[in-house]
Design a binder for this molecule. Structure first.
Ligand code: ARG
Length: 505
């Protein structure tokens, strides 16, 4: 399909239409479609600012706002179809105005702005609300983890290093450890949001403009916390995209670690957790199978998050100052990563919430494989005043002997004999109490340890951090809503015929 030159908003300089191949290769309709509402809001704010600064006439403002309002209604009703031959969302909205209100009005709206500042403004506006969606999903996951953790501060399970039994920990300690990582993800997203939510609109193509614009006014009308001041930098850099993707990739790595434990712990060999039937699937050939597919996919989709970060870093490297069309490649990885991270957090929250923790199996495993050996060495240090290395040696020899004999630390009489042979006389009762996993857990008292009191304290701190970050998210949502309502309110009264001078702008 060939377009007539006159149909292009930049047709003047051109004598040939864009080739079909060129258009198909360069249009960004799919990538732009999440930003339509933002694009219209951006145009409203820009028009209000232009009129307030005396750059366009009030009658023109009224007409522009009237048709932008129509465009919004059409979009919300699903009737504004974005046409690929119009390249992107900005041209589609402008074309709509041009068709409805005529080239004169639609042409005035584009004074003192460029698609370069428009697109990055839309992108930041869309990204900020999507970041809040991700934060809400992660908060839900933190809530599930901490609620479960609080019920299990005294339930023992094996703790691992090198994926080998190490020391007893509590289930609450294990789960709250994941919550601690997600709390840092929240911090990162929160800090990134502050850099995302700055307004590039009014930077124009790259150099600013000779019109007496008020960039602070548009920034406020669009709910930004401030202006992204340097015009050349504002249109040419995408560090806010890379930073968001880096946060999401790290979050993805955290999600995959939790997912991995759900997968591994629900194997027959571990048998420490069973996901609900609602969150599992079967095999088409093996009737006995129950597969924890959601957790597997959450683990697998992390590849996309890491990939989208790498993709963006590579796209943006080596670009010269100012807008380059390469920058159009910023949005697809961003939207994909936001969706993958949000759904991953939601899926794992639900999977964990409905899973069964098999605490008897955990208790069985923790007693079987010398997980309390460290505590036995600690006991000898305390009771006998021996250096830790010596006790490590003594207990190491004990474990070596028990392994040879096919016994565990639960064989208290044999433990007593082997220790006595090394000159360490302990009573049967002493041994029983030292190697008991529950008692061992209760003895952990250092700050941040797995002891029930410390774990309860950690959970309390994490709940407080969660409450604080959820409050920031809530306030930011409210601020965005308030800005949207303010702009909508201004549009409404202007359309009702009120003079700009009477408005609090
Ligand atoms: N679709 C473009 C993008 O996403 C919009 C900006 C185009 N600017 C330009 N000078 N061609 O980056």
């Amino acid at each position: 399909m060939q377009l007539s030159g006159s149909n292009k908003l930049w047709g003047g300089r051109f004598s040939a239409d864009m080739a079909e191949l060129a258009l198909a290769y360069s249009e960004s309709i799919d990538a732009d479609s999440p930003m339509v509402a933002e694009d219209i809001w951006g145009s409203e704010a820009h028009a209000l600012m232009l009129a307030k600064c005396g750059i366009i006439a009030e009658e023109d403002l009224r007409e522009i706002l009237r048709w932008l309002e129509h465009a919004r209604q059409e979009w919300e009703a699903g009737r504004l179809v974005l046409l690929r031959e119009r390249e992107d969302v900005h041209m589609n909205v402008e074309h709509y105005l041009r068709e409805q209100a005529g080239p004169e009005l639609s042409g005035r709206l584009h004074t003192a702005r460029s698609r370069n500042d428009q697109v990055v403004t839309d992108c930041r506006m869309t990204l900020r609300r999507r970041l809040l969606d991700v934060q809400e999903a992660v908060a839900e996951l933190q809530r599930v983890l901490l609620d479960l953790a609080a019920q299990h501060t005294e339930t023992v399970m094996p703790g691992y290093t090198h994926t080998q039994h190490a020391q007893p920990i509590s289930v609450g300690f294990w789960l709250s450890g994941h919550a601690a990582a997600f709390a840092r993800d929240q911090q990162r997203l929160e800090e990134t949001y502050a850099r995302v939510n700055r307004c590039p609109l009014g930077a124009a193509a790259l150099a600013g403009t000779s019109f007496p614009t008020d960039r602070r006014l548009t920034a406020a009308l669009l709910g930004f916390d401030g202006v992204e001041e340097h015009s050349l930098d504002a249109v040419g850099d995408r560090d806010f995209v890379m930073e968001s993707l880096a946060d999401l990739a790290i979050l993805g790595v955290h999600l995959s670690r939790l997912a991995e434990e759900i997968v591994v712990f629900s194997t027959y060999e571990f048998g420490m957790i069973e996901v609900h039937d609602r969150h599992a699937s079967g095999s088409s050939i093996m009737p006995q199978k129950k597969n924890p597919c959601l957790a597997e996919l959450a683990r697998g989709k992390t590849g996309r998050l890491v990939g989208r970060l790498m993709q963006s870093l590579t796209t943006f490297k080596g670009l010269i100052s100012g807008y380059n069309r390469d920058l159009q490649e910023d949005k697809p990885p961003l939207w994909e990563a936001l969706a993958v991270a949000e759904s991953g957090a939601r899926v794992l929250a639900e999977t964990l919430r409905d899973a069964t923790l098999k605490t008897e199996r955990m208790r069985e495993l923790v007693g079987k494989n010398f997980a309390t050996a460290t505590e036995l060495a600690n006991y000898l240090v305390r009771e006998r005043g021996l250096p830790f290395r010596t006790c490590h040696e003594v207990v190491g020899a004990l474990v070596g002997q028990l392994v040879k004999e096919g016994r565990t630390l639960d064989d208290h009489e044999r433990v007593r004999e082997i220790l006595a042979a090394q000159g360490q006389e302990l009573s049967h009762e002493e041994i029983a109490s030292v190697v008991d996993p529950e008692a061992c857990l209760r003895r952990q008292v250092s700050l941040g340890s797995t002891g029930p009191e410390q774990t309860a304290w950690l959970i309390g701190n994490l709940r407080e951090a969660l409450r604080a970050s959820a409050e920031v998210t809530r306030q930011r949502r409210a601020a965005l809503r308030a800005a949207r309502e303010r702009t909508a309110g201004l549009v409404k009264v202007v359309l009702e015929g009120k003079a700009l001078a009477e408005l609090a702008l």
